[in-house]
Every structure is written in structure tokens, then in C-alpha cells.
Design a protein around this ligand. Structure first.
Ligand code: 4AD
Ligand code: MG
Length: 431
């Protein structure tokens, strides 16, 4: 049985399986706090209430040893959670070596010992919330008639800017870890029409910010016959659904210090502002942006610090967006795409665009980028993707949502690394 169920069994005998969270001895009683995935409970092992083997096991047990305990549940205001299990038997499954994490530890040590630190109550709760966020995201898209697809993660070329790729040796060839699965999702559009890829993306960005990971989980839906407006509507519904469903887990969120009402109030529609207006807002708060400048962490903060819901920023200068983004025929300076910015300075959580689906316009755009940036596209590697514009191309749109960015915002985490069990960052590869 789990601790949370045992709390409802006052006066009954139950068996708990878990790990030792704390231990102390006082006058013939050994107090052990057991931890499992649902919580903690005090166990009192009295010398004269258990047999010699149980008493020895209780004496020998150590922090993080795995144990199986039997006993009767009592209410006891002196116990940390108000309940105590009065043990009739206590068994060590495995006696842990001295646990390397003690009460006050540096952030660096906790990251070095991440595989063990994940057992802390806070990380346990974050991992639960993460799993729920993933579950609700899938649930929403599945219920809207999407098929989940599985892209390759080893690729021959970049799918985004191509500037921050991790290179891998692929037999005798050079290959790269994918920076986005979009191009493969696009290939699945003429197959399944509404699809999503849910996979890691890799970015060798040298950024040391609180919102950059080198490996992050990327949810990338791609839809036939969607335009920018429909794309944004889908995004605000998806984000609201996940937020509202997560808000149902009140105890979990309370334990994490998250205000449930804030998440309940995330509802469509989200504010839409043009890039131009966003620049004005930032500049009115002391920023110094001009047309063509991208937003960094400070600018995103100025833009969103007073918001309670995410906001879309659309009509970006085409120079700032990737080769596949469709230029607005009514205003050729900008592309038909939007970024979704999370409130309270958490920054960009989604990037989405209508895709350029017509071959001649796509080639025009690629040549324009080549000229502007003085680079040469290796079109050889993109022939398969260009084929999608040769054979039965259709208008389509899609977006990419960074799951750890979403979780960082929902749980109001200080750093994105806590939104993922084993963060990969510029200075961290272990554990
Ligand atoms: O804006 P990005 O680069 O867009 C794309 O990759 C598109 N191909 C997506 C698509 O249309 N299918 O990345 C999308 C999102 C960002 O909004 C952000 O949430 C997240 O991915 N992201 C990162 N998350 C954590 N660490 C990083 N280094 C990230 N880079 C991007
Ligand atoms: Mg982006």
C-alpha cells in the first residue's frame, strides 16, 4: 500500500514499502520516516512490540535503505504528517551506504548527485507534474484527431537555423542530432494530415541562461490546411487545456507552492500583438530595440512581466525566422508566424508558422536568405524535403512547444534544469 492510502486506514494494519527518509532513536523506540512516491509517514518501532529480527533491521537501517514495514496506523499530532505506523514488523530489503546528500548542499553537488536528488520531495513532485503535463498534452491532441509520429533524431542537416547543431559520427558520414523534427512532421502531413511529433530536440547553443537546455523535449504538431490564425487557436487551446487539467491536482500544486487559480484562469483567447507593437512596449519600459532586432531574455521579461496569460507576438521580420516560414503576401517584410510568450517573464514557449508550401516562392526565399547572409544552402540534403513541394503540396502550418519551458512557467521554477530529470547544459553532461 502507498502512504497516502494508509492515511485513510486509521486503526487498521497495513504494509508499506518504501525508503528511509529520516531516522532517530529515543528510549527503546526507533522512529523511522518512510518515503514512497505518495508521501512520508512516521513509523514507530518499539523493542517490545516486534521480534528480534525486526528490531535488528530497524537498528541497522540507514537513510535511503529500502524497507517493508507492517503495522497499525494511528493518528498522532506529534508525527510530521499527523499519522504514525506502529510497527509489528520491520524488514530491510537493502541497506543503503551512507547517503551522500545531507541537509544543506550546494546546487552543484545536488546536480552532480542528481540521480539521487531526484528522490527529494520537491523533485518527486516536479517529476509528477512533468509526467502529467506530458500526459495532458498527448491527450488533447489525440482527442482532436491527431496521430503521433516518430521522427528520426539523427539527421543529415539542420531543420531550423542550423547554427547550433551537435555533430555525430555516423559510420563514415557526418550527421547531426536533430534541432527540430518539423521537416519530418511536414513529410507526414500528406500521409496523416494532422500529426504531432513528441521527441527531444538538441541545441548546441552556448547560452548560459535559465531557459536553455542542450537537450529538451519538443512537441511539434503539423497540420494540413491550417493558416496562422488556426495555428494560434490550436496553440491557445492546447496550452489552456494542459494548464486547466494540471490545476485539478491541487495537493500536488500546493506542495510545489503553485497558485492553482492562476492555472485555472489560463483560457483562450490569448492576446495577439504585432512584433512592431511588442518593440514599442519593450522600449517604453527602457528597452532599446529597433525593427529587425530579436528579443533576448531581458526583453521577453519586459514584455510579459505584467501579463497573467501568455501572449502571441506575430508578424516577425522575415530575417528573424527560418527558411521555411511563409512570407505574408500582404506585407512582404514579415512572415506568417507567431511566438507564444509565457507571462511573468518566463519567455518564449512556442514558435509556430505557416510553412512556405509552394516551390517557386520557397526557392525565392532561400536565395534571398543566401544573399542576405552570404551563405550557401546545401540543397542536396534538402531534396527529400523539397520533394514535398513537388508532389501534392498543400498549405500547412505547425508549431514547436518546449515542454521544459512550459513546465518552468506552470510551476514557476527559477531554472529550466529542474523541469527535466537529467538536464543537459553547456557545462553539464553527467549524470
Ligand atoms: O522557436 P524554435 O527554434 O522553433 C522550431 O524549432 C520550429 N521548427 C518548431 C516548429 O514549428 N515545429 O523552437 C521551438 C520551441 C521554443 O519556442 C522553445 O519553447 C523551445 O522550442 N526551445 C528550447 N527549450 C529549451 N532549451 C532550448 N535551448 C530551446 N530552444 C528552443
Ligand atoms: Mg523560436
Amino acid at each position: 500500500m502507498y502512504v497516502e492510502d494508509a492515511m485513510k486506514k486509521i486503526g487498521k494494519e497495513v504494509t508499506l514499502r518504501g525508503w528511509v527518509y529520516r531516522k532517530r532513536e529515543s528510549g527503546g523506540i526507533i522512529f523511522v520516516i518512510i518515503r514512497d512516491r505518495t508521501g512520508i509517514m512516521q513509523i514507530a518501532v518499539k523493542k517490545d512490540s516486534v521480534n528480534a529480527d525486526s528490531w535488528k533491521d530497524a537498528q541497522d537501517t540507514t537513510i535511503e535503505s529500502s524497507i517493508i514495514v507492517k503495522g497499525v496506523v494511528k493518528q498522532d499530532q506529534r508525527a510530521p504528517t499527523g499519522f504514525e505506523l506502529q510497527a509489528s514488523s520491520f524488514k530491510n530489503v537493502h541497506i543503503a551506504e551512507p547517503f551522500p546528500i545531507t541537509e544543506y548542499q550546494s546546487t552543484e553537488l545536488l546536480l552532480d548527485k542528481r540521480h539521487l536528488w531526484l528522490r527529494s520531495l520537491r523533485m518527486t513532485n516536479i517529476m509528477k507534474a512533468r509526467s502529467l503535463v506530458f500526459r495532458y498534452a498527448r491527450k488533447f491532441l489525440d482527442s482532436k484527431g491527431f496521430y503521433e509520429i516518430t521522427p528520426p533524431l539523427i539527421t543529415m542537416a539542420g531543420g531550423e537555423t542550423g547554427a547550433d547543431l551537435f555533430e555525430v559520427k555516423y559510420f563514415d558520414q557526418k550527421a547531426y542530432l536533430t534541432e527540430s523534427s518539423q521537416l519530418y512532421a511536414e513529410a507526414m502531413v500528406p500521409v496523416l494530415e494532422k500529426v504531432y511529433s513528441f521527441a527531444p530536440s538538441y541545441r548546441a547553443e552556448k547560452s548560459r541562461t535559465t531557459k536553455h537546455l542542450a537537450e529538451y523535449w519538443h512537441l511539434e504538431p503539423e497540420m494540413a490546411y491550417y493558416n496562422n490564425d488556426k495555428n494560434m487557436k490550436l496553440q491557445e487551446r492546447l496550452v489552456s487545456y494542459i494548464a486547466n487539467r494540471l490545476a485539478e491536482n491541487e495537493d500536488l500544486l500546493k506542495a510545489l507552492g503553485v497558485n492553482v487559480d492562476d492555472l485555472k484562469e489560463i483560457k483562450p483567447p490569448f492576446k495577439r500583438i504585432k512584433y512592431e507593437e511588442a518593440i514599442e512596449i519593450v522600449n517604453s519600459k527602457g528597452g532599446n530595440l529597433k525593427w529587425g532586432d530579436d528579443f533576448g531574455v531581458p526583453e521577453e521579461k519586459m514584455l510579459t512581466e505584467d501579463e497573467d496569460k501568455p501572449i502571441f507576438v506575430y508578424a516577425w521580420p522575415k530575417e528573424l525566422k527560418a527558411f521555411y516560414a511563409r512570407v505574408d503576401p500582404k506585407d512582404p517584410r514579415v512572415v506568417l508566424g507567431a511566438d507564444l510568450q509565457a507571462p511573468h517573464g518566463h519567455g518564449e514557449i512556442i514558435g509556430g508558422t505557416e510553412r512556405e508550401w509552394q516551390m517557386d516562392r520557397l526557392m525565392e526565399r532561400i536565395h534571398e536568405i543566401e544573399q542576405a547572409k552570404g551563405i550557401k544552402f546545401n540543397l542536396e540534403n534538402y531534396q527529400w524535403w523539397l520533394d514535398l513541394r513537388r508532389y501534392g503540396s498543400v498549405p500547412h502550418a505547425g508549431f514547436g512547444m518546449g515542454m521544459e519551458r512550459l513546465i518552468k512557467w506552470f510551476l514557476n521554477l527559477d531554472h529550466i534544469r529542474d523541469a527535466i530529470p537529467f538536464p543537459r547544459m553547456i557545462n553539464r553532461l553527467a549524470p
